[in-house]
Design a protein around this ligand. Sequence first.
Ligand SMILES: NC(=O)c1ccc[n+]([C@@H]2O[C@H](COP(=O)([O-])OP(=O)(O)OC[C@H]3O[C@@H](n4cnc5c(N)ncnc54)[C@H](O)[C@@H]3O)[C@@H](O)[C@H]2O)c1
Length: 261
Amino acid sequence: MRVAVAGAAGRMGRVIVKNVTEDDELELVQAFDLRELGRDCGEIAGIGRLGVPIKDARDMEETLDADVLVDFTTAEGAVENIRVASEKGVKLVVGTTGFTDDHWRKIEEYCERVPAVISPNFSVGVNVFWKLVEFAVEFLKDYDVEILEIHHRFKRDAPSGTALRTAEILKEALGDRKIVFGREGICPRGDEIGVFAIRGGDVVGEHTTFFIGFGERIEITHRAWSRQAFASGAIKAIKWIRNVNKPGIYGMDHVLGFKSV
Ligand SMILES: NC(=O)c1ccc[n+]([C@@H]2O[C@H](COP(=O)([O-])OP(=O)(O)OC[C@H]3O[C@@H](n4cnc5c(N)ncnc54)[C@H](O)[C@@H]3O)[C@@H](O)[C@H]2O)c1
């Protein structure tokens, strides 16, 4: 499987480059970014020279040549990269977050041409965390539900894609509860799901769902302390998509076998 990585100079991209290189079934053939152009992506990833220079993502239309494109970039960048890959019949594994409704409309249209695994969180742990939340909420429908996430100070989007997906899972089970992002001023609690984002230091990613009743509460927490947790899942997704030919958007629940195709 010939793999190209978009965002290869970034925090996630560098870990993906390392993981693809170390895997016998995968071959890293191209790296794209908007910075560090021309530099060897292995040197940037701290694993020594690989002979794969970082190419300008703005030229991807002319240069992309791979079986799968892995994208950990920015929402605007990823939408464009998805368009280019889909027009070239290149399969996709997308971890980028922060997409707006307008972005999603475009992504859905582009992914009518190729299969794509798109997930706001590739860690196996978070995908099990979502299952635990789905299970718990069925028994705690009259409890107050809140979500708290913590990430490093450089994260661009808030709340995290993982927190938003968690809120969607809860909303699906709880019906018409409103999602509230933070609270300020006079705001008595209504039928709502509160979502809170903390930013600081080098926290890789933490999420807690609180189910709060009278006299007790349950907290379901996932903590990632290394980006390796996401990279291992992304590698699973790359290998899974190798055998999928039906175009469309898939999630990690398909990759992990929680949901059938
Ligand atoms: N799904 C997951 O499991 C998961 C895990 C961690 C981070 N993320 C998400 O992945 C994205 C990247 O996170 P990060 O911490 O690596 O960010 P980062 O800022 O360290 O890296 C992003 C890289 O993408 C590059 N870039 C920007 N636009 C580009 C484009 N159009 N084409 C190619 N490269 C481009 C930037 O120059 C940068 O090097 C974010 O949206 C983040 O929320 C997802």
